[in-house]
Design a protein around this ligand. Structure first.
Ligand SMILES: [Zn+2]
Length: 109
């Protein structure tokens, strides 16, 4: 299980020859051949809540009939370009993004 950190992890080789994944105060010893591409086995950066709410996030979701919709999260407000959202202010596309993309990693196994 990787640990969750709030800053981009870096690789560091210490004087004793050991290699570490480093992010802020977090240090994890990793194998010597670890690269930045493989660092996510040991450390994963989690975007902070403040960054999420400041910015606008978009996801493309394909509907059951092949139509493409854009689900947006803007300052904690979800919206979708589909007709159903226009009627009910909620839809399965938003639910899909919440269930399968947005929350993944928050309570993974
Ligand atoms: Zn929708």
């Amino acid at each position: 299980m990787p640990i969750i950190v709030s800053m981009n992890p870096m690789l560091y080789t210490a004087l004793d020859g050991k290699r570490y994944a480093v992010s802020g105060q977090h240090w994890v010893e990793v194998p010597m051949n670890t690269t930045l591409e493989g660092i996510d086995k040991y450390m994963v950066k989690l975007a902070s809540e403040t960054n999420d709410t400041k910015g606008k996030q978009n996801w493309k979701v394909e509907g059951s009939k092949g139509n493409k919709y854009t689900v947006s999260l803007i300052e904690s407000q979800w919206s979708c370009t589909c007709v159903g959202y226009g009627w009910r202010s909620k839809c399965k596309h938003i639910q899909y993004v919440k269930d399968n993309i947005y929350n993944v990693g928050a309570n993974g196994s």
